[in-house]
Design a protein around this ligand. Structure first.
Ligand code: HEM
Length: 405
């Protein structure tokens, strides 16, 4: 991506990665150095602003003059499929306050740190069972299919009251929805499948309530079945794809960096919870898997840095570039599990900051610590060059991770 003053420059979505698959596309780093608020053109000929500095990303995300409503003119989309995904059947991630706050508030109790922390023994037990099954009588496994994906999938199913037996169905539809090369028709079909499925589940909970979130939302009597299904879809998709990819990509990044791996393993063996928590924050920062960034549109004229963004103009906030900003994280292109990375924006920032972050943190802490503790000989079962990275997916990661131990 070459820069030419304030002329919009072509922006490939997602931009091509460089030599190191853990680094954000090098083009973002160049933008940040040369023109931190850059005008870029998108696939459909529209243009928007690309923001890559940590300070700018945080200031826009907490600024109520920027809207998350995808139906507003000027809202930027990374692909035709993404447009289909975010404009139909919106859930509260694509709403502004007060509607957003009203819906999000119905779930804040479920994702409070204290409530999620109470799940730790259960998550630990599930983790141990998965590792038992993965290693029993075997010397090789796919860390994605056998561990990283099932763990958060089982947990979000338990929380929502969705039968895990249906995992092949909902994982398949999620993959289609989050694939930037899916056509709008494929995305709409996948969304509709999930919405129909969740609406059916919500209706069955009315007759036979349980203690899951879906059942509780039905019992409140304030939402339509369609609203509950939209909320359930957001939680189900966000609740498994993200953590699954973070777990597998973290394992790979650690396997490529034996010093950092040894430090985290020592912390896990010593039961040093604070060090494990810190390492997970650093991995979230370093890997920043929401690779398409987050989108907003200005509702008033706003100055960001030295650029005037006009009402109706879109902005793309590149979380992965912001998390490598030298001003916020000196030496940030290196993984350093002892770094204080808590100001990272991997979970976003402001009113839409990830609702599920306490759950994601818990799952990552338990999963990575158990993996390193129990499998001291963990290593790749194929050459690194054969690993397939999820460059086409909105959530970055690896398609499969063959390992041995
Ligand atoms: C490593 C794991 C995760 C990452 C990196 C991540 C990242 C993000 C980001 C960047 C946003 C902000 C989007 C925006 O501002 O437009 C977000 C929002 C959200 N996330 Fe996560 N997420 C993760 C795990 C989870 C989990 C486990 C759940 C479980 C339910 C979840 C549920 C949500 C929800 C409901 C929102 C919308 C919040 C709102 O609009 O108020 N996420 N996430």
């Amino acid at each position: 991506m070459a820069l030419t003053g304030q002329q919009p420059v072509a922006f490939a979505a997602p931009a091509p990665r460089g030599g190191c698959p853990f680094d954000p596309p090098p083009a973002y780093g160049r933008v940040r150095e040369e023109q931190p608020v850059a005008r870029v053109s998108l696939w459909d000929g529209s243009s928007c602003w690309l923001l890559t500095r940590h300070q700018d990303v945080r200031s826009v995300l907490r600024d109520t003059r920027f809207s998350a409503e995808a139906s507003r003119p000027g809202f930027p989309f990374l692909s035709a499929g993404r447009k289909a995904l975010t404009t139909s059947n919106a859930s509260f991630i694509r709403m502004d306050d007060p509607e957003h706050a009203q819906l999000r508030r119905m779930l804040t109790g479920d994702f409070m740190v204290k409530r999620i922390e109470a799940l730790r023994p259960r998550v630990q037990q599930l983790t141990d069972e998965l590792l038992d099954r993965m290693t029993e009588g075997r010397q090789e496994a796919d860390l994605v299919a056998d561990f990283a994906l099932p763990l958060p999938s089982v947990v979000i199913c338990l929380l929502l009251g969705v039968p895990y037996a249906d995992h092949a169905f909902f994982q398949d539809r999620s993959r289609t929805m989050l694939n930037s090369v899916s056509t709008p028709e494929q995305i709409e079909e996948a969304q509709d499948d999930l919405l129909r499925y969740l609406a059916g589940l919500a209706e069955s909970k009315a007759a036979a309530p349980d203690d899951g979130i879906l059942s509780r939302l039905v019992a409140r009597g304030e939402l339509t079945v369609a609203q509950i299904a939209a909320m359930g879809r957001l939680l189900l998709v966000a609740g498994h794809e993200t953590t699954a990819n973070m777990t597998a990509l973290s394992a790979l990044a650690l396997l490529r960096d034996p010093d950092q791996l040894a430090r985290l393993r020592d912390a896990a063996l010593a039961g040093d919870t604070a060090a494990v928590q810190g390492a997970v924050e650093e991995l979230l920062r370093y890997l920043s898997i929401v690779q398409g960034g987050v989108a907003r549109v200005a509702t008033e004229d706003v100055t960001v840095g030295d650029v005037r963004i006009r009402a109706g103009e879109g902005v793309l906030l590149m979380l992965n570039a912001a998390n490598r900003d030298e001003e916020a994280f000196p030496g940030g292109d290196s993984l350093d599990v002892s770094r204080d990375a808590r100001r990272h924006v991997a979970f976003g920032f402001g009113v839409h900051q990830c609702l599920g972050q306490p759950l994601a943190r818990l799952e990552l802490q338990v999963a990575l610590a158990a993996l390193l503790r129990r499998l001291p000989g963990l290593r790749l079962a194929v050459p690194f060059e054969e690993i397939g990275f999820r460059t086409e997916m909105l959530v970055y990661g690896v398609h499969a991770l063959p390992v041995t131990w």
